[in-house]
Design a protein around this ligand. Structure first.
Ligand code: ACM
Length: 675
């Protein structure tokens, strides 16, 4: 009897009614109603699908089973789902009313009900059902010996219809496996638009059968074949994701013009040439809008590229045309006069308008960066806000201007994850802030937002750690209720979400060790790891000042590439310092001084590693600064010694140096508070 009581108690404790706050859901659903009880997972757990879904749900449900397998080691008996109503007795019943369309404004809602003996997901479309499966996976709990789901009712749907991620495959080429694993991660965060930046000054990345010169002369052999593109589009479709290709014109055209210099705007008395750029930056190479051959070529390019992408939109870039080649070319200036085009912006609109019928021929509408927005632009175009903010017109809000002018619009300003800013900055950036000046109709034109991952400093080995986990926070901003803004909750949930991304092949955690092992020259990496947990890569594009330090073939395997935004120990140190300054208890003091001891030991270890690891040398000055200040702070805090303030300030400022190893000490602000 005693034994049974203990067992009952153990079961009660381990499966105790879970609280909402304990759930690691992301994006946070619209409505959660936890009820009593749990659903225990067993080996013969099965899924059954009813209704009229797109077959993508069978593949999706099969993937769901394999992910459950992977997590639990249960090796569920059900193998592959292939048709409706295969296992009418199954414990998980999914009903989809109709075939989901991969397009914006599609119904992505779902209702998930977990009871102790049965789980149901009801959705209008299979796209909603896929989201429901992701939520169900996030609900999985365990005790010491088994897995279960908490009883709950969730009704959920997205706040914004456009929840995107852009990946730049043009600067550093990102192979198919990088794209695929990121599509999986996007789907797990209920994101539905993959914007594929395929062409830029540094490379043309699309196989062209009729214009093979483009890849022969302007890709360095790194490009996506048309079969690979079709395969990725299908892969995205299976995950409920729309693919928007981008060919950036008329600027950003060095690669295109390397192959076809005759349609460039450069003036020359002899043969004009262009070259693929190896550096980062804004370049002059621009298509000639006055040359009929330009439009002939573009029309042929669209004829080949558009059919690869079934979606409704095609992104034509349009950003950062610096106008230098246009200004210098008398023929183009003549053309402007002839067509009454007051300035280069109007000339660019003229150019853009020629593209609209080329796209329309393939049932596509234009999308472009905010520079395409002028009075004469077709209102069918989507304006992609990147410089302009979500705030009032006075602060230059192109998103606001677009919505007010009758354009649909998508926000990327505030979601530039390559700036390497902390998660909070992106998370609290709302496309429609509470104080928005827009009318309901204008608000409805704000379709959502898109994280932008430019790849000047991103290779297949570090790109995942630049995208994740911060993009999960952006996904939540775009899906969840506007009032879901608690940073403590976000940070807590993000820890689990980040760990779960590994299940999908995302390398943001493991590649840190790969990079650090290389730096250590196959020695122990603990000290490097500790240091990487207080260092962050330089922000706001200061790492690659002038765009020439790192080129398109530079290996990005340095310490800064192992470091990430939101360095792991910073939040804990900040919290320890805050608590200590509020209450100098022995307990609070120890939490702070433990960090100092750790950093002093780390510095000694880095010095000894460096004896056989040249790549460690650049880290030593900053590590020494942290060591020196830590030693002084220990003397002050523990031994109550006074230290000359000038010396202390000098040591502190050395910790603020941004001159070493492309990183900054992210604990600087809290160190400063301690002084
Ligand atoms: C951009 O960042 N040039 C759109």
């Amino acid at each position: 009897m005693k034994y049974i009581l203990i067992l009952l108690f153990a079961a009660f404790v381990s499966n105790a009614q879970i609280q909402k706050e304990q759930l690691n859901l992301m994006p946070w659903p619209q409505n959660i109603n936890l009820t009593a009880g749990t659903f225990a997972l067993s080996k013969n757990f099965k899924v059954n699908i009813t209704g009229n879904p797109n077959p993508r749900i069978f593949i999706g449900a099969t993937r769901f089973l394999r992910r459950l397998d992977g997590r639990t080691g249960l090796f569920l008996e059900q193998s592959f789902l292939t048709k409706v109503n295969e296992s009418p007795e199954a414990e998980l019943q999914i009903n989809c009313v109709r075939n989901g369309k991969i397009a914006i404004n599609e119904d992505e809602s779902y209702k998930l009900i977990i009871a102790s003996d049965k789980i149901t997901i009801n959705a209008t479309s299979d796209l909603g059902a896929l989201h429901g499966l992701e939520t169900l996976l996030q609900l999985l709990q365990n005790n010491s010996s088994s897995y279960y789901f908490p009883a709950v009712e969730i009704t959920d749907s997205p706040r914004f219809t456009w929840r995107g991620l852009m990946i730049d495959g043009a600067r550093h080429f990102q192979p198919v496996d990088v794209i695929k694993r990121n599509l999986d991660a996007m789907a797990s965060m209920k994101m539905n638009v993959f914007h594929w930046h395929l062409v830029d000054d540094q490379g043309w990345r699309i196989e062209m059968k009729k214009h093979s010169k483009l890849t022969e002369l302007a890709s360095d052999g790194s490009y996506y074949t048309q079969e690979e593109i079709k395969n990725i589009v299908k892969y995205a479709d299976e995950r409920g994701i729309l693919v928007i290709p981008e060919i950036d014109i008329p600027g950003h055209a060095s690669a295109l013009l390397t192959a076809y210099p005759e349609v460039g705007s450069k003036v020359s008395d002899g043969k004009v040439t262009y070259e693929v750029q190896r550096n980062s930056g804004i370049f002059n190479a621009t298509l000639d809008p006055s040359n009929p051959k330009t439009y002939q070529l573009l029309s042929e390019i669209f004829d080949e590229v558009c059919p690869l992408f079934p979606g409704e939109y095609f992104h034509i870039g349009g950003d950062e045309n610096n106008g230098k080649e246009w200004n210098a070319n008398p023929k183009i200036q003549e053309f402007k006069k002839k067509y009454n085009l007051a300035n280069n912006h109007d000339l660019q609109t003229y150019f853009n308008m020629q593209l609209i019928p080329m796209l329309k021929k393939h049932n596509k509408k234009m999308m472009g960066w905010e520079e395409i927005m002028t009075e004469n632009m077709s209102k069918d175009a989507i304006i992609h806000a990147w410089r302009g903010t979500n705030e009032g017109l006075a602060s230059g809000g192109s998103l606001i201007k677009a919505a007010k002018s009758g354009f649909n619009t998508v926000l990327s300003n505030g979601y530039y994850i390559d700036l390497m800013l902390g998660v909070e900055k992106h998370y609290l950036n709302d496309p429609i802030p509470k104080n928005s000046i827009l009318t309901p109709d204008e608000k409805a034109r704000i379709l959502g937002g898109e994280a932008a991952m430019w790849s000047e400093l991103a290779t297949p080995s570090n790109i995942d750690s630049r995208i994740w986990p911060r993009t999960a926070a952006i996904a939540e901003r775009l899906w969840s209720n506007e009032n879901v803004t608690d940073m403590i909750s976000l940070r807590k949930r993000l820890k689990t979400i980040s760990f779960r991304l590994e299940e999908l092949g995302i390398t943001h955690l493991r590649n840190k060790e790969v990079i650090l092992r290389n730096i250590s020259n196959n020695q122990k990496i603990e000290a490097l790891n500790d240091f990487s947990n207080v260092c962050e890569p330089l922000k706001n594009y200061t790492r690659n000042g002038g765009g020439k330090k790192y080129r398109m073939h530079s290996p990005l395997t340095l310490f800064a590439d192992a470091c990430t935004a939101d360095a792991l120990d910073v939040f804990d140190f900040d919290t320890a310092v805050k608590n200590y300054l509020e209450n100098k208890s022995q307990e609070n003091q120890i939490l702070v001084t433990n960090f100092f001891r750790k950093w002093i030991a780390m510095n000694a270890d880095l010095i000894s590693l460096s004896a056989n690891a040249p790549l460690v040398q650049p880290l030593l000055p900053l590590s020494k600064s942290l060591n020196d200040l830590s030693q002084q702070l220990l003397l002050i805090i523990e031994n109550k010694q006074t230290v000359n303030p000038t010396i202390l300030n000098d040591l502190l400022e050395q910790c603020n140096s941004k001159k070493n190893a492309d990183v900054e000490l992210a604990v600087y602000n809290s160190l400063k508070k301690l002084l």
